[in-house]
Design a protein around this ligand. Structure first.
Ligand SMILES: [Zn+2]
Ligand SMILES: [Zn+2]
Length: 346
């Protein structure tokens, strides 16, 4: 946004504040206030917003409080709000050491919208990814069995694909929202969506979300079976561990990593480097093992909100530290190469 010469206007200012708060992991309720205010004024004529800013009547509108009204008033006057200035001051890279690799990343294969357990509409996720300079974002809402996360049935997924088409028609530029899923790996290693629907998608991330404590032999068989499934492109957050954060911690699940990563290398399935700081998954030792076994990697945000799309900084730093060749990271690839890879085993 820095290369604009005119002031960005109140909607863009509110969205920018929400984005920056989110990437700095501020409380989601406070962030939502800015997004709600942006939604309220988006459909209103500019003159009405400006008039209300001058009359001091913005707070009569639903979803606009004192602090969001102050931001809108500043933006209408062409003044950068204090709030935004303070956030921009601390808006450097989220992690250090991965800057060169981060600059090579063209997209992200793992993200969620409010169709499952994300907090924002898919078009907001797409718009933010575009603003971050991505060429593509794969939308990967959850599959049916993850009811706690409002996983999508085949019918809802089919409806979502129509919405993705409509969003892309609207964007119509160099950025593409790609069709995807984070499909649950069921206990026997099968995938939690119909083959027909999986076949309609561009990219499929397969992850374990249940029975993380199953014994190592059974977990190894389960994961290898999922990797051997020709629909699988990416093995998501393979150990399931949580190292910090509001959901508490969780140990990594036990499996024969050599067997699982060997299958990944043979099948051309990418091992995800999940950028979420509370996951740091896989652990460093396993990233190095996958590197030595010749695996491909995908650096993903697993964003559940727009500001989290920027968390790729963390994954890039970890991949750099592990000395991964950028050409083995599929998210450095141009879209045609990525799509050819993702569809190659079907
Ligand atoms: Zn997941
Ligand atoms: Zn996810």
């Amino acid at each position: 946004m820095s290369d604009r010469d005119e002031s960005p206007g109140p909607v863009a200012t509110l969205r920018r504040i929400a984005f920056l708060m989110e990437r700095q992991r501020e409380e989601s309720r406070r962030i939502e206030a800015f997004r709600r205010a942006a939604r309220t004024i988006l459909p209103l004529p500019d003159e009405e917003v400006r008039r209300r800013a001058e009359d001091g009547t913005l707070t009569e509108l639903p979803g606009i409080g004192r602090s969001t009204a102050a931001v809108i008033t500043d933006a209408c006057r062409g003044v950068v709000p204090e709030r935004l200035l303070a956030l921009e001051e601390t808006a450097g890279p989220l992690a250090t050491g991965g800057e060169e690799l981060r600059a090579l990343l063209r997209g992200d294969l793992h993200s969620h919208s409010d169709w499952s357990d994300g907090g924002s509409p898919l078009e907001e996720m797409a718009m933010t990814a575009m603003e971050l300079g991505h060429d593509y974002l794969v939308l990967t809402d959850h599959s049916p069995r993850l009811t706690i996360a409002h996983g999508l049935s085949a019918a809802r997924l089919a409806r979502q694909l129509d919405v993705v088409d409509a969003v892309n028609d609207h964007l119509g530029g160099s950025f593409t929202l790609l069709k995807g899923i984070e499909v649950d790996i069921l206990d026997d290693g099968s995938l939690d969506q119909t083959d027909e629907m999986l076949g309609r998608l561009d990219v499929r991330v397969a992850s374990v979300h249940s029975k993380l404590k199953m014994d190592a032999d059974a977990m190894t068989r389960r994961m290898v079976a999922a990797v051997r499934n020709p629909h699988t492109n990416v093995l998501g957050h393979c150990t399931g561990r949580l190292v910090t954060g509001g959901r508490g911690t969780r140990p990594q699940s036990q499996f024969d990593a050599r067997a699982v990563f060997t299958a990944c290398a043979e099948e051309g399935v990418a091992v995800e480097i999940n950028s979420r700081p509370e996951r740091r998954d896989p652990p460093t030792r396993l990233i190095e093992l996958a590197r030595d076994l010749g695996c491909l990697f995908s650096i993903d945000s697993d964003a559940h909100a727009p500001g989290q799309l920027d968390m790729l900084d963390f994954g890039a730093a970890r991949a750099t530290e592990a000395g991964i060749d950028p050409d083995r990271i599929v998210t450095t690839w141009e879209r045609p190469r990525l799509l050819a890879w993702a569809g190659a085993r079907l």
